[in-house]
Design a protein around this ligand. Structure first.
Ligand code: PLP
Length: 283
């Protein structure tokens, strides 16, 4: 069951209005939240980011945090998720329906939609690692906003897949930014390196959790931009996101990263991340 604009419906009963600005312009925002064992993980951080994304696109959300939390909890309940279920919760808000003009209309009501989907943790890939291809970052200059405008992300992912790789690592003029839907970390001499949280990357909640866990465990973290040459000399690489968690990258453009195996730093961070999940949702 989906929640759409105040109603509970099945996907095939749903019609999108032809002039919904999300549909016409990608004019809206979204969040993907992890559900472990029937419980939401880091919901408050996602809610905070949703409100920030809304503010940055000049969209006033007419719901309180408590109302959005209630919608999320009802999605879990109505879809019968139990303590046996791992899942994701998708929540999006479009600016609403108005005659198709670029100007932001006043006085229209945003349209909210949410669904949950059962989804296992990607344990096999986390053990084995992914292959990646370097791709030019062709996205816009407000990558910090989690907007529905994802064509740049769609294309860079496809360029990687067309070349036989599983993920794209993006660079802007040779500076590594992130991946198509996840943040990127390099490991060099037992320290972590990742692009600063500015307008060129999405400020991942998993990224921040990894940084906090690393620092709390004495692992130095450098939020500094680095280039392709540094990437190619990294001991280990990994990406981070809500659904991918701490995901090793073992080859870039057909060349092995470090030993070409999942390295000790990634294994350590995977362990710390799992403990964090357990501490938050499995108590
Ligand atoms: C959502 C997203 C991420 C990861 O953010 P999390 O909060 O960790 O899920 C990273 N990069 C992009 C482009 C994203 O859309």
């Amino acid at each position: 069951m989906l929640y759409v604009d105040g109603k509970w419906v099945e996907a095939d009963e749903l019609a999108v209005h032809p002039e919904d600005r999300g549909y016409n312009f990608g004019d809206g925002i979204y969040e993907v939240v992890r559900i472990y064992k029937g419980k939401m993980y880091q919901w408050d951080a996602h809610l905070t980011r949703l409100f920030r994304s809304a503010r940055e696109i000049k969209l006033d959300l007419p719901w309180t945090a408590a109302e959005l939390t209630d919608i999320a909890q009802q999605l879990i309940a109505k879809n019968n998720l139990t303590t046996d279920d791992d899942a994701t919760l998708y929540l999006q808000v479009t600016r609403g329906v108005a005659p198709r003009l670029h100007d932001i209309p006043s006085g229209i009501r945003p349209v909210i939609m949410g669904f949950v989907r059962r989804k296992e943790r990607p344990l096999a890939d986390m053990k084995k690692g992914l292959t990646a291809k370097l791709v030019e970052d062709i996205r816009w200059l407000r990558c910090d906003i989690k907007t529905l405008n994802l064509l740049g992300a769609v294309l860079v992912k496809q360029y990687a897949k067309d070349a036989g790789a599983q993920e794209s690592i993006l660079h802007r003029n040779g500076i590594i930014t992130e991946c198509s839907a996840s943040n990127l970390f390099a490991v060099k001499d037992n320290a972590l390196y990742t692009h600063p949280a500015d307008h060129l990357i999405l400020h991942g909640i998993t990224r921040q959790t990894v940084i906090d866990l690393a620092k709390a465990n004495g692992i130095p973290v450098h939020e500094e931009a680095f280039d392709i040459q540094f990437l190619k000399q990294a001991d280990e690489l990994f990406l981070s996101s809500t659904t991918a968690e701490v995901m090793p990258i073992v080859a870039v453009d057909g060349q092995p990263v470090g030993s070409g195996q999942v390295g000790p730093m990634v294994q350590k961070l995977q362990q710390l991340f799992e403990q964090h999940i357990y501490s938050e949702v499995l108590v």
